[in-house]
Design a protein around this ligand. Structure first.
Ligand code: FAD
Length: 367
């Protein structure tokens, strides 16, 4: 499945405060020469397999405020395969919507990447926060994510409005800048060159600075055994999601936030909370909680190989995608709409491994 299938075009660049961009000073990285180290792909190097349900909405994520009895309820859910990427950005949009004119403590529902980012932004704005959640990391979809910063698989182009597109671009821009100031071992975030099969044009330039070093490589400039007309290369960030979410929980707690394990079966229980402002960050849980039938699961299956620290590139090809992380090399994957069972299937995992094994065996060197 092409990870870029659901990407739409950027209607406009909507800068948030503090955005400093300069197209003229952007540099493109030289193409690689020599041999890229091979990922050692074989069934006996698999250390775990996983499957998770992306909260996919064809009309795009929901960031919207509404009244719930006496309360203000702000939604922030439905990010499909792009929830890590968009987390700071849509949480910033949601926080700005909800906090305007608000006084007093704040409730956040959900403790995945969206709930934690929203809680941090609410704290940074000076409010007390309590997270209420059915499950904690590591038992969230956010923990399963590959962690590539790229807005993949979260909407269908023919279903979104210009207003939503503007929210999307603003969210990418804010997230992109926020993740950059968190790069390093504390949060488990690092930069990697990324290679993608293309039709001859480079990756869509969603904002003036994302993606950076974005270019097309000629066949003699890349080592990949690809039938595609061209290979695109750009740099982006990768998030080791387990480490990242653990650190965000610590950040929320250090800033005085509370976390309570509690499931909300219906909006009535939310209306009974003491806080007058509530952020809904329940991911796929919003389908039943708020009766949103546009929200559908898109199952993704992954095989994780033993870590190889020398692998410092990532790719998305017909063969699948490969994201190397310190906690293992992620091989993906699938995008299976309306599959509700969050279990890896042995035949699918075997296909993923065989496909990457064939691909890696045919890597060549460039001069
Ligand atoms: C295989 C796979 C690969 C992915 N790769 C990437 C990637 O490379 N890059 C990227 O950007 N994104 C990726 N994603 C997408 C990303 O994981 C999701 O978009 C993101 O995790 C959604 O975050 P969330 O906080 O909205 O949801 P979740 O992580 O599901 O968190 C929801 C929270 O709400 C709680 N909750 C739910 N219902 C209720 C209720 N009724 N009452 C109380 N609490 C409730 C849950 O317990 C949980 O704590 C991937 C996803 C998968 C499955």
């Amino acid at each position: 499945m092409d990870r870029r299938l659901f990407l739409g075009s950027a209607a406009a660049t909507l800068a948030l405060p503090g955005c400093a961009t300069n197209m003229a000073t952007r540099r493109t990285a030289p193409p690689p020469t020599g041999c890229l180290p091979r990922v050692l792909v074989s069934p006996d190097r698999v250390i775990r397999t996983m499957a998770g349900l992306r909260p996919f909405r064809a009309p795009g994520f929901v960031v919207r405020a509404e009244a719930l009895g006496e309360k203000r309820l702000v939604h922030n859910y439905g990010h499909g395969g792009a929830g890590i990427t968009l987390s700071w950005g849509t949480s910033k949009l949601a926080a700005d919507l909800g906090l305007q004119g608000h006084q007093g403590p704040v409730a956040v529902l959900g403790c995945g990447v969206m709930g934690l980012s929203t809680a941090r932004l609410v704290q940074e704005a000076g409010f007390d926060v309590t997270i209420y959640t059915k499950a904690l990391p590591p038992d969230t979809t956010s923990n399963i994510a590959g962690g590539q910063f790229h807005p993949f698989g979260h909407y269908r182009r023919n279903r979104v409005t210009p207003e939503w597109q503007a929210q999307f671009i603003a969210a990418v821009d804010y997230s992109w800048r926020r993740f950059q100031i968190m790069v390093g071992d504390d949060y488990g975030i690092r930069w990697l060159p990324t290679y993608v099969e293309r039709d001859g044009t480079p990756e869509e330039q969603l904002t003036p600075t994302f993606p950076p070093a974005n270019r097309i490589l000629r066949p003699d400039e890349h080592p990949f055994p690809s039938e595609a007309p061209a290979i695109g290369r750009y740099d982006t960030m990768y998030v080791e999601t387990g480490r990242y979410l653990r650190q965000l929980i610590r950040d929320v707690q250090v800033a005085g936030g509370a976390i309570r394990v509690r499931e909300f079966p219906s909006p009535a229980e939310i209306a009974a909370l003491p806080e007058r402002l509530v952020f809904n960050c329940t991911g796929l849980g919003s389908r039943t909680l708020f009766n949103d039938e546009e929200l559908r699961p898109a199952r993704g299956q992954l095989a994780i190989l033993l870590p190889q620290p020398e692998i410092r590139y990532a790719y998305t090809m017909e063969a699948g995608y490969m994201f190397p992380r310190p906690d293992g090399i992620l091989l993906g994957g699938t995008f299976e709409l309306d599959k509700w069972e969050a279990n890896p299937e042995p035949e699918t995992i075997a296909r993923i491994i065989a496909s990457h094994q064939r691909f890696q065996a045919r890597l060549r060197c460039t001069t």
